[in-house]
Design a protein around this ligand. Structure first.
Ligand SMILES: Nc1ncnc2c1ncn2[C@@H]1O[C@H](COP(=O)(O)OP(=O)(O)O)[C@@H](O)[C@H]1O
Ligand SMILES: O=C(OP(=O)(O)O)[C@H](O)COP(=O)(O)O
Length: 400
């Protein structure tokens, strides 16, 4: 892959695809504010390097999943402000993606100046599965710039216009973040020190259940927490109340459990669950056995015994990869499982990689020092798919 050092960027308009998909929370005075700016900070070095070399930098990114519609609550405007603070320079914000505002803002950039386009996913072409629709949008996006730099590692597993189709249309290079991420994750695909434990959680269950298929041939232990748990518990014949459930994946999960038993891979499932009457911090909640979740409750965290069990199963690991919080850590009553697993990684002394926007945010929010982990990756799904050995669209396009 070419790096930005291989591009002559001075005086050129350079489109940088970053991953600025940061968690937002309600601000005390109303509106939404950035809960964790880790992904913005991770994007700064490449943008700064391009500025210093006289590029006219046009940053593009997505926020959440607005599904091709303009939804003000998913605007990147707060991110533009934060990016400006971190760069110590003004970031001109375009109120659309490829419309009049984008053309005016990007056309008006001087050498070394930076602009951010509005949320790419306000445009249906960005995520379209139809090649022609995606291509038509990619043409318009590519038309804003002369060069392309891929640096949004967290989104490289998505075959989206800004990730895949635009680099096919412009001279391109990989930014420093992608280069660093790939360097570290490559170690986990080569000679991995064993026992190798993988911890999976979070809420993107349908996205991430599929990676287990491949992990069964690679990991020695797979620990399941977060929203993933309930499809496993249900597959074992237990009731899960109103918890997150992927009904259509029950057969797949049963097959995983069978294969694990046959091949000696250990699945570690929670033995207790924090179950609540509603998805709220102040809802009535308590610890129940994992096989006795009441019909009117939903599981929002792994319980204290599970936290101890997970830490024990990490203690002798030599390598640990963790993606996905163990519970709804954003709410204090459901943050303890995530805390126990983070501490378990630190205490293990293993080579530890934490991946994912929310997982990385969780360890910081819960007060853990980043230095306690070997690597904190900005990508969750992207890291998992990289570890599967899959060809990732955003990396493939940069290699071509
Ligand atoms: N039991 C659960 N039920 C619903 N949501 C959950 C549960 N456990 C964790 N979550 C949520 O999962 C989200 C993170 O999931 P995900 O996006 O898959 O992780 P990452 O961004 O680290 O890859 C968090 O916002 C957290 O609140
Ligand atoms: O947050 C992200 O991924 P992650 O939650 O797997 O870390 C990326 O920004 C990709 O977002 P997407 O999963 O909506 O395509």
């Amino acid at each position: 892959m070419r790096t930005i050092d291989d591009l002559d960027v001075a005086g050129k308009r350079v489109l940088v695809r970053a991953d600025l998909n940061v968690p937002l929370e309600d601000a005390p005075g109303g509106g939404r504010t950035i809960a964790d700016d880790g992904r913005i900070r991770a994007s700064v070095p490449t943008i700064r390097a391009l500025r210093e070399r006289g590029a006219r930098v046009i940053v593009c990114a997505h926020l959440g999943r607005p599904k091709g519609e303009v939804k003000p609550e998913f605007s990147l405007a707060p991110v533009a402000a934060r990016l400006g603070e971190l760069l110590g320079a003004e970031v001109a914000f375009a109120a659309d993606v490829v419309g009049d505002s984008a053309r005016a803002v990007t056309g008006g950039l001087a050498d070394g100046e930076v602009a951010l386009l509005e949320n790419l996913r306000f445009e249906p072409g960005e995520t379209s599965k139809d090649d022609a629709e995606r291509g038509a949008f990619a043409d318009r996006l590519a038309g804003l710039a002369e060069l392309y730099v891929g640096d949004g590692f967290g989104a490289v597993h998505r075959k989206h216009a800004s990730v895949y189709d635009v680099p096919l249309r412009l001279p391109h290079a990989a930014g420093g973040l992608i280069a660093t991420e790939v360097d570290v994750l490559r170690k986990l695909t080569e000679d991995v020190a064993r026992p190798y434990a993988v911890v999976l959680g979070g809420s993107k269950v349908s996205d991430k259940l599929g990676v287990i298929d491949n992990l069964l041939g690679k990991a020695d232990r797979i620990l399941i927490g977060g929203g993933m748990v309930f499809t496993f518990l249900k597959a074992q014949g237990h009731e899960v109340g109103k918890s997150l459930l992927e009904e259509d994946q029950l057969g797949t999960v049963r097959e995983y459990l069978r294969r694990a038993a046959d091949t000696g891979v250990e699945f570690v499932l929670p033995v207790d669950i924090v179950a609540a009457t509603a998805f709220a911090a102040d809802a009535d909640h308590g610890v129940v056995a994992a096989d006795a979740i009441p019909a009117d409750r939903l599981g929002l965290d792994i319980g204290p015994e599970s936290g101890k069990l997970f830490a024990a199963r990490l203690a002798d690991a030599a390598t640990v990869f963790w993606n996905g919080p163990m519970g709804v850590f954003e709410m204090e009553p459901y943050s303890h499982g995530t805390r126990a697993v983070a501490q378990g990684l630190i205490d293990s002394g293993a080579f530890t990689v934490v991946g994912g926007g929310d997982s990385a945010a969780a360890v910081r929010r819960l007060g853990f020092a980043e230095s306690g982990f070997s690597h904190i990756s900005t990508g969750g799904g992207a890291s998992l798919e990289y570890l599967e050995g899959k060809a990732l669209p955003g990396l493939k396009a940069l290699e071509d």
